[in-house]
Design a protein around this ligand. Structure first.
Ligand SMILES: [Zn+2]
Length: 595
């Protein structure tokens, strides 16, 4: 019987194309008489499909058997049939494609859940439409209640607002239709908000308010705030919103937050996501998730990171480090996603040279460098991974410097035999890594630092990247996913939900085509192959979470996490990719979603 085996099969194979089968330990014997007569029945069998395992030992099969939450065998239909007993759930794939459960490599779990309860502005065609949407919400709202929306982006509108300052609208229209309700509209990047007059007032922001460190109150030529608050400038308004929600009974808050957990999971699972890597949550959120993991109430596997200041991390990291809690549904072992810089879309990404379309600015440093350095020290001390946002080439360089210095420090300590860190396998990650200076590219490979990029951003940002960076710099440094992959870096994938829809097929499509919504192409030479893109969403994401022995390939012994798609995204024409749909999502051998 042909059984795919070998814990760790496919390890880093996405990045290291030359990995050989010899590196895989074939341990089929560990599954005893697997496949012979008298085999203990499986709980779940999927068959009659095209099973792409992403395991180099047996890349393609027809069927798979799972017992409990693990895969027990992969092979042809005939080979898997003996696993079918009277109680076995059998799924006929009818020729569809089964792949390792897709892993969202970078998202914001609770924000996603919360966002699913807010006004969705992502598909608004222009500013007027947004104002109309808010006006409709105001009609139903009691005076004083906050109206919160999310997901707008000025460059996605069919026509610019009029009047406009730096492409952004002015708040007056919004303030007119909502005189008694504060309005808070988050930019799709999460790096800025647009608010109305009442929200400005509640935040204590006026023409006399100076720009805070790491942020900007955008103003008209007379110095009046237009409503746009970049980066840290949104703090006072968000604090006012927070105050409006403070003092609610604990029960109400708990119910609301459990609903966010449920909504985010539902959204992930119906999109074929079996594991979700969260980039930054508070201890408060983690406490709830720990509780839900212990209750067995987490519907999707979570890999959480802690986003607190270095000061708050101290003394608490040991207590929160946990791997595979609640039957493999909750892992916490990462400090992230503190943001070293802002987003390119709002001119926040921290660049080595100024923006082409905003020459007065080279972006922002948001979280102070010393805080990141202190967090890195704490990470070494407590065997945590770092996952920090670096979007602009300056931010990326600063993070590479900090990470390399930390790795060296760990080596020095180990050599000296004192204070030896528990791990030398760091896998620290730079989140987004959208703009990278050519001098810094090799450092991702040499220093084994993970570029945690998201395929979809090449297509959602591709429309305006050249404006921000200018054509030459874009070509040299922008969204260099294929270059990184070919160099041997571990290229990840994801959609940064709720910044983008949690839609792995859309991100896969963009990763392999680089086709923009208008039909043009953004640096198509940086597309990954279909196979590379699949690895980026499976084994590479698993590796970036130290989970390559558990996830990322369809290999006996690993979790039975499987995504089934209606179309074969490895072979169908480019044009058809977007029509592929999720048919089944299976987590731990349990069918969690059926189309
Ligand atoms: Zn993010």
């Amino acid at each position: 019987m042909r059984i795919v085996a070998g814990m760790g099969g496919g390890l880093r194979s996405g990045a290291v194309a030359s990995i050989t089968g010899a590196m895989l330990v074939v341990v089929a014997a560990a599954w005893g008489c697997a496949g012979t007569a008298g085999e203990e029945p499986a709980d779940l069998v999927v068959m009659n499909g095209k099973v792409i395992t992403v395991d180099v030992d047996l890349p393609e099969a027809q069927a798979l058997a799972a017992r409990g939450d693990r895969i027990v065998a992969v092979g042809s239909d005939a080979e898997i049939e003996p696993y079918i007993g009277p109680e076995t759930e059998v799924i006929d794939l009818e020729g569809m494609l089964a792949i390792p459960g897709l892993i969202e490599g970078h998202g914001h779990y609770m924000s996603l859940g919360q966002e699913l309860t807010q006004i969705d502005l992502r598909f608004a065609r222009d500013w007027d439409e947004i104002v109309n949407m808010i006006a409709a919400a105001v009609t139903d709202a009691e005076p004083g209640v906050w109206i919160v929306g999310r997901g707008w982006h000025q460059d996605k509108w069919e026509r610019p607002p009029s009047p406009a300052i730096e492409g952004l609208p002015l708040h007056h229209g919004l303030s007119e239709i909502s005189p008694e309700n504060p309005v808070l509209l988050e930019h799709t990047s999460g790096h800025g908000v647009f608010v109305n007059a009442m929200a400005l007032e509640l935040g204590g922001i006026s023409r006399d308010t100076p720009d805070p460190e790491g942020g900007e109150i955008v103003r008209d030529p007379r110095g009046e705030p237009i409503g746009m608050l970049r980066e840290t400038a949104s703090g006072p308004v968000e604090a006012a919103y927070g105050r409006s929600r403070a003092g609610r009974p604990a029960e109400v808050v708990d119910t609301e937050r459990r609903e966010w957990v449920r909504l985010a999971a539902e959204n992930a699972i119906e999109n074929g996501i079996t594991s979700f890597q969260d980039m930054g949550s508070t201890f408060e959120t983690l406490d709830l998730l720990i509780q839900m993991a212990d209750e067995g109430n987490l519907p999707v596997r979570l890999y959480m990171s802690i986003q607190e200041t270095a000061e708050d991390l101290e003394g608490r990291l040991a207590e929160y480090r946990m791997v595979g809690r609640g039957n493999g549904y909750l892992t916490i072992r990462t400090i992230g996603e503190k943001v070293l810089d802002g987003a390119l879309g709002v001119h926040g990404g921290w660049l080595l040279e100024p923006y082409a379309d905003l020459p007065r600015s080279a972006g922002f440093n948001v979280t102070p460098v010393p805080d990141i350095e202190r967090s890195a020290e704490l990470a070494l001390e407590h065997d945590y991974q770092m996952a920090i946002q670096g979007i602009g080439d300056r931010a990326v360089r600063v993070l590479l410097d900090i990470f390399e210095a930390s790795y060296e420090e760990a080596a020095r300590r180990a050599d000296a035999g004192v204070d030896v860190p528990r791990s030398t396998d760091f896998r620290w990650r730079i989140e987004h890594a959208q703009v990278i200076h050519p001098d810094d590219l090799p450092r991702f490979v040499e220093s084994e630092i993970i570029p945690s990029v998201q395929g979809i951003f090449a297509c959602s940002d591709g429309i305006w990247v050249e404006e921000r960076l200018g054509p030459e710099r874009t070509l040299e440094r922008g969204y260099l996913y294929r270059t990184l992959y070919d160099m041997g870096a571990v290229v990840l994938n994801g959609t940064d939900p709720p910044v983008e829809l949690i839609d792995p097929i859309a991100s896969y499509d963009c990763t392999v085509t680089r086709r923009l919504p208008d039909g043009s192409f953004f640096m198509p030479e940086q597309s990954l192959t279909r196979e590379q893109a699949l690895r980026s969403y499976t084994i590479n994401n698993a590796y970036a979470a130290f989970e390559e022995d558990l996830k990322g390939t369809l290999t006996p012994g690993k979790y039975a996490d499987v995504t089934v798609l209606t179309k074969d995204i490895l072979t169908i024409p480019d044009d058809e990719l977007s029509s592929a749909e999720v048919a089944y999502t299976i987590i731990g051998g349990e069918v969690k979603y059926r189309r």
